[in-house]
Design a binder for this molecule. Structure first.
Ligand code: C2O
Ligand code: CU
Length: 503
């Protein structure tokens, strides 16, 4: 096992991904090494029962009556040495898996056990605005010791997640996130339904979160705070067990602060059936590089070989050399039942309004500027214009349409039901994962070329220099933020908002 590999998605900064002590060897650790090593068995949530079909190592909590209590805790993220002091919802990273049926109501009480304010945002849910969890916009931040009751209906089936929307760049990096699954009324038949929730952490030699690097302008103006340690479901070497010949639904999420991850599922027959929670019309093969930007998800249905036992590795391949992210080990009685061919497996669409009226759309230009090696000279921040030096002194390094940070006035204010087109121009040297709240959108043009048949998304990766037009029907009244999901970029200026008027 070669010790290290390089990830150089950022331009002047090379971050190494390492293979850790699984090889019986100490890996040289630095901020820039990404350690990956031996499997770790994570205990289930105390008192909770793991659902049989659900082998990902943490427990499903039925709604209602779930209390989410973010608080300091410890988690065995690395494969050896000390547990990591984390912030977590309950006792586990990720937090409790919330699983409900489409159309059901989710009731969650947030009890803030942290020493700083927090909130919970339900990423990808087309939610009622007052429940969107954006501190300072849709609710007040919940102070230490405070509570907030979330109650909302989930209109769409699929794979979603939750996380704080207050100091997200710190709170997510310390472990505050969890998975929210909304089941279809009639889900496709699979033998195993598995969660694959990938994160990168920046750990010190003693496996502790490198807290000194929080808020570093260098990261904020470059690719964000990239980690050096990969986990799946909070484990270093995630291992799923499955039956030989089983059909598996793998729900993949990238909850990293800033790292764009890419996965290779090997040569298993597989189809991507949903993106960002939303079913795709013609399921496609994942290829050997399934890219997930921060915030994005993909549901993959795959068939494991049988009838003999085997081990199937899922690799993270964003670097020069692949590293093992997780593995599926098959054993026991093989699955024998006949089943539809993979090509026939597709999910029913969710009720996302797709009746675009492009002729009559509100077109909103959005120019992204700033960052290292950018040419931004200055921007408006909190109502006053600053040159780039002063801006940087305020930890702001990016702007949308010349404004850094949340503007007082919305990027656009539209009446409910209108079609909105956002015309994004990435005039920076960095990719950005643009995330819209309260709606899903489709990409309708890339670099001036119209495209159709793109999946519904809530988070779209816009490459450096790219121009991407997205469209959605603004059917959800309220104030919705639109931001880069590279959380340091968001904190350093890349956030704006849209207002949908009930009319
Ligand atoms: Cu996943 Cu505004 O966030
Ligand atoms: Cu960004």
């Amino acid at each position: 096992q070669g010790p290290l590999l390089m990830v150089s998605q950022n331009l002047d900064d090379v971050v190494e991904l390492g293979r850790g002590p699984g090889s019986g060897r100490k890996v040289k650790l630095s901020i820039k090494s990404f350690r990956v090593s031996r499997r770790q068995v994570l205990g289930g949530l105390a008192g909770a029962v793991a659902v049989g079909a659900f082998r990902q190592g943490f427990a499903a909590i039925p709604s209602p009556a779930l209390v989410l209590r973010p608080s300091p805790g410890r988690s065995m993220l690395a494969d050896s040495g000390e547990p990591t002091a984390v912030w977590s919802y309950g006792d586990t990273v990720p937090g409790p898996l919330i699983r409900v049926r489409q159309g059901e109501r989710v009731n969650v009480r947030l009890e803030n056990g942290l020493s700083q304010p927090t909130s919970v945002h339900w990423h990808g849910i087309r939610i009622e605005n007052s429940m969107d969890g954006v501190a300072g916009m849709t609710q007040d931040p919940v102070p230490p010791g405070g509570e907030f009751d979330y109650s909302f209906v989930v209109p769409d089936a699929g794979t979603y997640w939750y996380h704080p929307h207050f100091r997200s760049w710190e709170q997510l990096a310390r472990g505050l996130y969890g998975v929210l699954i909304v089941d279809e009324a009639d889900p496709p038949k699979v033998d195993h339904d598995l969660v694959f929730c990938a994160d990168d952490w920046r750990l010190t030699k003693n496996n502790q979160i490198d807290a000194q690097s929080f808020g570093q302008l260098h990261d904020w103006a470059h690719a964000g705070r990239l980690g050096n340690w990969l986990t799946v479901n909070g484990q270093t070497d995630m291992e799923y067990s499955a039956r030989p010949g089983a059909r598996v639904r793998l729900r993949m999420l990238n909850v990293a602060n800033a790292r764009i991850l890419a996965f290779n599922l090997g040569s298993l027959p597989a189809r991507v059936v949903a993106i960002d929670g939303q079913p795709i019309v013609s399921p496609a093969e994942p290829g050997n590089r399934l890219i997930l930007a921060p915030g994005q998800r993909a549901d993959v249905i795959l068939d494991l070989p049988g009838p003999g036992p085997g081990t199937y590795v899922i690799q993270e391949v964003s670097g020069a050399e692949p590293i093992e992210a997780a593995r599926i080990v098959t054993q026991g009685v093989a699955v024998a039942a006949p089943r539809p061919v993979l090509d026939a497996v597709a999910l029913l669409p969710n009720p996302v309004p797709g009746n675009f009226e492009l002729e009559d759309a509100v077109v909103v230009p959005l120019r992204m500027e700033g960052g290292a090696m950018g040419r931004m000279e200055g921007a408006t921040y909190k109502g006053a214009y600053y040159g780039i030096r002063d801006l940087v002194g305020k930890n702001q390094a990016w702007a949308f349409n010349g404004v850094a940070g949340l503007p007082e006035k919305p990027l656009a204010s539209v009446t409910r039901g209108r079609t909105v087109v956002v015309d994004m121009i990435n005039d920076t040297r960095w990719p950005h994962a643009m995330h819209l709240h309260g709606h899903h959108f489709r990409v309708i043009a890339r670099n001036g070329k119209a495209i159709s048949g793109t999946p519904w998304r809530d988070t779209e990766l816009v490459d450096a220099g790219e121009r991407v037009r997205i469209a959605f029907v603004a059917d959800n009244p309220g104030k919705w933020v639109f931001h880069c999901h590279m959380l340091e970029h968001q904190a350093a200026g890349m956030i704006t908002w849209l207002e949908v008027d009930d009319g």
